[in-house]
Each structure stands twice: as C-alpha cells, then as structure tokens.
Design a protein around this ligand. Structure first.
Ligand code: SF4
Ligand code: SF4
Length: 406
C-alpha cells in the first residue's frame, strides 16, 4: 500500500452503485472488458503505447491470468493521458478510458512509493480549494470585473436563468483561460442569452481527478456540486470545459444529475445564423483546429467547432495530418496536466510538443482550440520548440469575439 499522503480524499466512500474491480462483471460495460480479443489495437493506437509496460491489452491479459497485482506495482499507467484513442478504436467497443483504466490507475496510485509532486499538489488543491492551482475560492469570479459586459453571479442575484454557465477552473483562474472567459461572456451577451454563473460557489467538476485516480476526491466534488446546482433554477448548463462536460454527462447521473448540458462550441453552433450577422470583422487568419479528446473522440463533436471557425470572415481552415478521431492528445488529460515534470525527468516527449509540430507543418498562423487546458499547453510547447513567432494559440471563443469587435 502507498503512504498515507497519497490518500488525500478518502473521506468520501465508493458510491453504492459504483463500479469497482471487485464488482466489474455486475455491469454491462464491465462484462464487456472480458470480450477483449487481444488484438492489440489499443496499444497500437495509444500515443504512449510503446512506453507502457502494461498498455490496455496487457492489462486485460493480466486480469484474465489473475495477475493484476503485478500491474498495480508498475508506474507505466502514469503515461496514460485518458485520451480515449484506445476506446475509440477498440473493435469490441470496450470503454477502456472511462471504465477499466481509472479502476486500475486508482490501484497504481495506492501502490506508488512516491507520487509525482506536481500531481499530488494539484489533487490536494482540488480538495482544499476546489481548483488544481490552489487559488483562493474567493477569487474564482475575479475575472468578471474585466469582462466588459455584465455577468450575473447567482449568489448575488438568484433569479432563475436560462443558462447556468459552468466556467470551470482554468477558464476562471489562468490568465489565458480568463481571455476565454471574457470572450465567452461577450458572445453570450451579444447573442442576448440570459445567463448566470455560480461565481465563488463553483468548484472543479472533478473529472480529471477521477481519470487521474482519485475516486474519493471526485465523489466529494460531485456531491458538493450537486448541492450547489439544487439551490438555483436554470434551464440548462453550458460549460467551457470538455472535461466537466464529460463528468456531468457520464458520471454525475449516478447521483441524480439530469440537467440539460452542452459544451460551449455546440451551444454557440446552434446560434450560427445570429452569429453570422454579427461576425463582421475580417480576421485574415489561416487556422488549424485541434480536436480535444473529450469533445471529439469521446463525444463526436467534430464539426461544430469547425462550423464556428468557418463562419468567421477571413478564416481559412486547414487540417493537421491527425484530425478528428485520429487527433493527438495535448497530453493534459487523466492527470497529464500535472505530470510534465515527471515526463521530463523520464525523457518522455510531451504530447503538446508532438502536436504543435503537426500544427506548424500545416503552415497555419493560428492553432484554434476548444479546451481550457490546451491554450497554455500549446503556447508553452511553441515556446519550447522556438515556434512562438510563427503561430498563436486561440480558443475558438476568442476568435469569435475578436470578429465581433470593431
Ligand atoms: S483494442 Fe479492444 S479488443 Fe483489442 S486488445 Fe485492446 S481492449 Fe482488447
Ligand atoms: S486512454 Fe489514451 S493514453 Fe490512455 S491507454 Fe488509452 S490510448 Fe493510451
């Protein structure tokens, strides 16, 4: 067993209806794991497959052989960035990323002699402060003052709203994430949408905690967020974070979540006719779009972000070699956001660097993204590779807002 410091969030027990390695076969998606034909597609498609001692195919082989304990004592799953590539390509339809890997990772975490410090800190911060950066919860809505448009905070004005906008951590706190927040607020405002945010009451949805092995932390955040939602009236939730969308859509229903939910790009894509009438400014950019793993591979939302980009005057869209279902992860999922130092010490190439090399090869001058993790990851990768003068990174909302501003 690992040291006590690993177990930062065991206050919350496993939920009664939750899948575990012990009750795996009581659930259809758990029984499906046993239908694996050992084809190796998962290992072949995994961006770090060649580095993993136990890629998914081998994990299932060990499960069948009754030797899972050996998998638990290898740190090879630290390379899994929860990118859904193996899930998307598995011919048996096994949800490796959503079902099997988090259960195994949880055990790997408990067996690690030393947890990577960056990841440990991020998980502790989520528990203590409700965000991985360790920022004060009281500053979560500080960006609102610079939004340039009114942003209603429900604790101050609890009238029912059409849209509860779930901003999430990086969009609330990271300086470049706040650019996305301000752009989204301006777009919502320009479209005349009645929206409000939770402000300081909002906490991380927790998905990357779950996919990076902390079930207890995840359940704690899930219980908290459900109590906050219940305080207010709204018709739907729109979120800037594809990871939060995944959490709400796939995991929160086990605790009764049944609100309508949409990530930002498909939500704005519904308003394309109205948007086109206000997107007046010619941006004159050649843009390549990076498909986020959660939006694209996991939720089939490939075309909505592209439709938004095509609606911007003067935007020419070009594709990277790996696009849509074949996208290469930015490396931030499943805890990867807080494992860059670990990867560096192991001499492992960061996926964000692999990805920006592809983006540069398109000749585009803008790398467009739709997940708050990606802006900082790709901007950093461009700097490390010396390409920061050749390409800028922009969230789609930033490009849309730029096109409506005169
Ligand atoms: S891709 Fe699916 S069926 Fe093939 S080895 Fe991996 S888990 Fe098994
Ligand atoms: S989720 Fe992605 S990184 Fe993790 S094992 Fe599957 S393909 Fe590899």
């Amino acid at each position: 067993m690992g040291t006590a410091s690993h177990n930062i969030a065991t206050q919350s027990k496993t939920l009664p209806c939750e899948m575990t390695l012990e009750n795996l076969t009581e659930f259809p998606e758990g029984r499906r794991v046993l239908t694996c034909i050992q084809c190796g597609t998962c290992a072949g498609t995994c961006p770090y497959g060649e580095l993993m001692q136990y890629p998914p195919r081998r994990i299932i082989g060990m499960l069948r052989a009754g030797e899972l304990e050996k998998v638990f004592t290898s740190d090879s799953l630290l390379e899994c960035v929860a990118c859904y590539a193996c899930t998307a390509k598995c011919p048996r339809g096994i949800d490796l990323t959503g079902v099997l890997l988090p259960l195994i990772k949880e055990q790997v975490l408990l067996h690690l002699p030393v947890m990577p410090a960056e990841l440990q800190k991020a998980l502790e911060n989520k528990l203590r402060y409700g965000n991985p950066m360790g920022e004060s919860p009281r500053k979560r809505a500080a960006w609102v003052k610079t939004a340039g448009v009114p942003v209603r905070i429900l604790s101050e004005d609890p009238r029912p709203a059409e849209v509860l906008w779930y901003v999430e951590c990086y969009t609330s706190y990271h300086p470049r994430g706040q650019d996305n927040a301000r752009a989204t607020a301006r777009l919502l405002h320009a479209l005349g949408i009645d929206f409000a945010i939770l402000g300081n009451e909002e906490k991380c949805a927790g998905e990357c905690g779950r996919l990076s092995w902390e079930r207890g932390l995840y359940n704690t955040l899930m219980e908290y967020n459900m109590l906050v939602f219940a305080k207010y009236q709204f018709k739907m939730i729109v979120t800037s974070c594809p990871h939060a969308y995944d959490a709400f859509r796939y995991r929160y229903p086990i605790v009764g979540f049944n609100y309508r939910i949409s990530p930002v790009p498909p939500f704005f894509a519904q308003y394309l006719p109205q948007l086109k009438s206000i997107l007046k400014r010619n941006l004159n950019y050649t843009v390549t779009y990076h498909d986020s793993c959660c939006l694209g591979r996991h939720n089939n939302l490939y075309e909505e972000p592209r439709a938004l980009l095509r609606a911007i005057p003067g935007v020419k869209l070009v594709e990277m070699v790996h696009n849509r279902v074949n996208t290469i992860c930015c490396g931030g999922g499943g805890g990867g956001m807080w494992l860059d130092t670990y990867y560096k010490t192991k001499g492992i190439e960061r996926l964000s660097e692999r990805r920006v090399k592809e983006a540069i090869a398109t000749g585009a001058d803008v790398l467009a993204v739709a997940c708050p993790y990606e802006v900082s990851r790709f901007e950093d990768a461009l700097k490390v590779l010396g390409h920061e003068k050749k390409m800028i990174v922009r969230d789609i909302t930033e490009l849309l807002a730029e096109a409506i501003e005169v």
